[in-house]
Every structure is written in C-alpha cells, then in structure tokens.
Design a protein around this ligand. Structure first.
Ligand code: GLP
Length: 233
C-alpha cells in the first residue's frame, strides 16, 4: 500500500500518534525541517506538542499557506493561528509562513518556494478540505504546481468562513505551496477527522490520481501516513 492508514478513536488519539511519530524522528535526528498546517484539525495536535517536553529549538518550520491580504495581527490569518496555538508556546529555530500582504505576491511565492527547496522538508503535516484539497490546492490544480496564488472555490469559502471573526470578509485568494512543493517532503502525514472528510479519504482508497481531488496526489509519494478516526472498511 502506498498510503498507510492508521485508525484512531478520536482527534486526541490522532494527535498522540502524530506526537509519537515526531518524537521518534527527533530522537533519531531525522527532523530539521517541518512543514506545518492550519485548520481546526490541528488544534489538538498543537495542544499536544505544546504540553510535551519535545525540543524544537533546532527545527525550522514552513507553513503550507496564508490568506492574501491578512497580516499576522488579524485573528483570521494563519500567521495568527500559528502564533496562538504553537509559536508563542514552543521555541523553534526559525518559522516561515507565506506573506499574504507582500507587495508583489508572485515574487513572494517564488521567494517562498526557493526557501522551501533550499531547506528540504523532512516531514509535512497536512489536513484536508471537504472537497479534497490539500493546503489550498483546489480541484484541478496540476501535479507540477509550486507555491502560487490560488483562487478559493465557493465550497472552501463557505466552509472556512465559518471560522472568520470580527466580521472580516474571507479573502478569495491565498498563497499556497503547490502539489510539487508538498510532494518534495520526505514524509507526509495527513490527519482527517469526522464524516465530512470521508469522501476525500475514499478517493485515496480508490487508488487513482484524480486532479479534481488533489488529496489523491499523495498516491504518487512513497511515504504517506493518514491518521483518521473514520472506519473506511
Ligand atoms: C484550510 C487549509 C487546509 C486545511 C483545511 C481543513 O482550507 N488551507 O490546509 O486542511 O482548511 O480545515 P479543518 O482542519 O478545519 O477541517
């Protein structure tokens, strides 16, 4: 099997599994560069990591994506989320998030992709959108995509706007690692909890790469772990 599934009973148990995996990689000196994700799925994960004794002071991080137009001071930005849930509580060597307010967004994408490729991701953590997107690689995104400006679909705008605070309107575009950027990581770990994620995981189980379900690009990588509370049999 190309993607290894681990079934857990709860998001907390999923977070525990991810913690154990990171611990082992750190102990074996295999973790210098860690790709991080945002979304409600990651809250128990970062809670577990901040409550642990793991030492990340030699680890550099790269986040998957950021909304265009939001700064770290907006509670709806991914930079804010990361500071709130992880970076304010654990010390890292360095942290990187695409700059959603860069004056030249294309130049920012090029800069980010180069930094990423220079650093080389050891592990990339992933969630999945209800429409099967990873990071903000919406349906139809090609396999060779690198960090780019993505236009969000109505589905994603609808789902993600539920979390928006202070009457701020959800941006319709975002900076995101591409599929090739994500697949360049040595190891990929995707977490998916709850029934709304079942269609996306079923597409992976079907075993065929489908551009309209970008999660299925994971089938092209040979070290993927999917942690879920869904019974997929
Ligand atoms: C956003 C992020 C994705 C994330 C998805 C799922 O769209 N760009 O990286 O996987 O949300 O979010 P949640 O964990 O809240 O279901």
């Amino acid at each position: 099997e190309k993607c290894k599934f681990i079934q857990v009973q709860s998001p907390e148990e999923g977070a525990e599994q991810f913690y154990q995996l990171l611990k082992e990689e750190l102990e074996n000196d295999r973790l210098q560069v860690l790709g991080l994700a945002t979304g409600s799925t990651m809250i128990p994960v970062y809670k577990k990591l901040t409550e642990s004794a793991l030492d990340f002071s030699n680890v550099t991080t790269f986040n998957l994506d950021e909304y265009v137009g939001l700064t770290a001071s907006s509670p709806n930005s991914y930079a804010y989320f990361m500071n709130d849930h992880l970076f304010s509580k654990k010390k890292f060597k360095d942290t990187n998030i695409p700059n959603g307010v860069a004056p030249d967004l294309d130049a920012e994408c090029t800069r980010y992709e180069r930094a990423l490729q220079d650093a080389k991701l050891d592990i990339q953590l992933l969630g999945v959108g209800e429409n099967g997107h990873i990071a903000f690689n919406e349906p139809g995104t090609p396999a060779d995509s690198v960090t780019h400006v993505a236009t969000l679909t109505d589905s994603t705008l609808g789902v993600n706007s539920q979390y928006f605070e202070n009457d701020e309107k959800i941006p319709e575009t975002a900076l995101t690692m591409g599929i090739a950027s994500i697949l360049s990581a040595k190891k990929l770990v995707l977490l998916a909890f709850g029934e709304k994620k079942r269609p996306a995981l079923m597409k992976v189980l079907e075993g065929k790469v489908d551009q309209d379900w970008t999660i299925t690009y994971l089938l092209e990588h040979d070290d993927v772990i999917i942690i879920t509370d869904l019974d997929l049999k």
